[in-house]
Design a protein around this ligand. Structure first.
Ligand code: B12
Ligand code: SF4
Ligand code: SF4
Length: 399
């Protein structure tokens, strides 16, 4: 048994275990892994062949060629390895795909009506799922190798150059729906995905069958019309990308449509009829924190760097950084129609981060056009940043 380094350098091989030496059939090994996965808190399990999904590669190329990845340059940069499991690791023979249910315990869209509150998407209302899942994938893989008495493995969740959704479909966990995410018959839209690549031969499961039928609910629900075709997403129009991935200001065309969504978006996921079988997360670390279900925008706008880091310690939100997060909250404040948020917005006009000042200008103009016009000349006199100046200038053109 060799020590295998993961793509992130942290993949592990199990230490030799005298208890588990001896041949096991691929079927018995798979049954062992399935039981172990459930014990470790995974809700869905399947095996894909080591070849991965070869048809997904062409679609990835088409996505990148059309520029739909926006500023996520790491997608084209890693496309060579991402497009096939064997390109990532030539020795892989089987891929265990695991799903962990993060189903919400209430309607995730009801918060959208409460405009003075910030809507945080379901996946970010609790502990960072990468932290929850990665260690368990390693444990699963280690125990499998120990049981087999041979082999190597690497584990992946989200950030590695692996196309997890097509793999999930190949492993029979569900199918890539028209909203492009994997839909499960048992858990609807609410499964996190992770995988264990291994050199062991395990019997693959039958791939998941597309059960979208004539439904178009996700496409209709999208507030920014981000699906140019069913099964295809233009990330540049997706609020998840705009609020999390890009550090540029939210384009003006999408600011009103953003409403109070300050981190990610769940609309296309939440309307899927297959959620009728969904249940709330059983993993305690994936149950929503009370304080992140409907946080007041006034409180979030008042957060300084330290307060931001403390509030979002252990949460994926921490990774977007204070400036991006506050800038998202300012767009939400601008959409709130709540004059009581004006003092918090005015305070951010003097923020050291240009991105924050820029969105404060927009929010101010939305909440009080008169205030904005009164301040414009002075602000332009003192402002040196081109992005912020352009927000004031556009305001002038909109007189
Ligand atoms: C980049 C990325 C994003 C980007 C781009 C999303 C996207 N759809 O590609 C952005 C930032 C927008 C994003 C948003 C979200 N993400 Co994301 N993201 C990823 C990541 C890192 C890579 C995805 C990827 O490869 N995209 C590239 C393009 C080419 O892939 P694609 O859209 O799936 O393209 C397919 C379709 O176009 C399809 N296709 C094209 N034509 C046709 C035609 C037919 C007939 C068919 C059937 C298919 C088809 O084939 C392509 C290849 O499979 C994965 C993790 C991973 N390593 O896989 C997580 C991942 C997909 N994200 C996830 C989540 C939870 C989200 C959000 C729900 C978070 C949120 N609440 O805000 C949203 C959902 C938005 C949406 N509707 O997709 C989960 C999804 C879990 C699941 N059950 O599927 C993943 C798997 C992370 C994880 N480990 O759990 N994400
Ligand atoms: S996450 Fe929101 S913005 Fe993105 S595609 Fe789904 S509904 Fe549209
Ligand atoms: S909402 Fe309808 S079309 Fe969209 S993924 Fe679910 S079943 Fe498919």
């Amino acid at each position: 048994m060799k020590q295998a380094g993961g793509a992130d350098g942290r993949g592990l091989a199990a230490p030799p275990s005298p208890r588990y030496t001896g041949a096991m059939t691929p079927d018995a090994l798979k049954a062992f892994a399935r039981t172990d996965a459930a014990r470790l808190g995974f809700d869905a399990f399947g095996v894909a062949p080591g070849t991965g999904d070869v048809t997904a590669a062409d679609r990835l190329d088409a996505f990148v060629e059309a520029g739909r990845h926006g500023t996520m340059d790491w997608l084209p940069e890693t496309a060579g390895r991402r497009r096939s499991a064997r390109a990532l690791w030539p020795d892989v023979r089987s891929i265990l795909v695991l799903g962990m249910n993060y189903g919400p315990d209430e309607d995730p869209l009801s918060i959208l009506e409460r405009r003075e509150r910030g809507a945080i998407s379901v996946y970010a209302r609790h502990r960072d799922y990468h932290d929850v899942i990665k260690g368990r994938l390693k444990e699963l893989g280690q125990r499998l190798l120990a049981r087999a008495g041979q082999g190597e493995m690497k584990v992946f969740v989200d950030t590695a150059p692996v196309m997890e959704k097509p793999l999930g479909q190949m492993a029979g966990l569900g199918w890539q729906g028209k909203h492009t995410n994997l839909v499960s018959r048992d858990f609807g839209s609410w499964l996190f995905l992770g995988s264990v690549f291994t050199t062991l031969d395990l019997l693959p499961d039958a791939p998941g069958r597309d059960l979208c039928g004539s439904c178009t609910a996700c496409q209709t629900a999208c507030p920014t019309d981000a699906f140019p075709q069913p099964y295809q997403l233009d990330a540049r129009r997706c609020l998840s990308y705009l609020t999390i991935e890009t550090r540029n200001p939210i384009p003006r065309a999408f600011r009103a449509a953003m409403g109070n969504r300050i981190y990610g978006c769940d609309d296309c996921l939440a309307v899927c009829p297959w959620n009728k079988f969904a249940v709330s997360a059983r993993e305690a670390k994936l149950v929503a924190r009370q304080d992140l279900k409907a946080p007041a925008l006034a409180d979030l706008l008042a957060l300084d760097e330290t307060g931001f880091r403390t509030l979002f310690s252990g949460s994926p939100i921490k990774r977007v950084g204070h400036a991006k997060f506050v800038s998202n909250c300012l767009v939400a404040a601008g959409n709130s129609g709540k004059a009581e948020l004006l003092p918090a917005v005015l305070a951010r006009l003097a923020d050291p981060a240009p991105l924050v000042r820029a969105m404060a200008v927009w929010a101010l103009a939305r909440l009080s056009a008169r205030d904005a016009l009164e301040r414009r000349a002075d602000a332009l006199h003192n402002e040196e940043d081109a992005m912020v100046r352009s927000e004031w200038h556009v305001l002038a053109q909109e007189d």
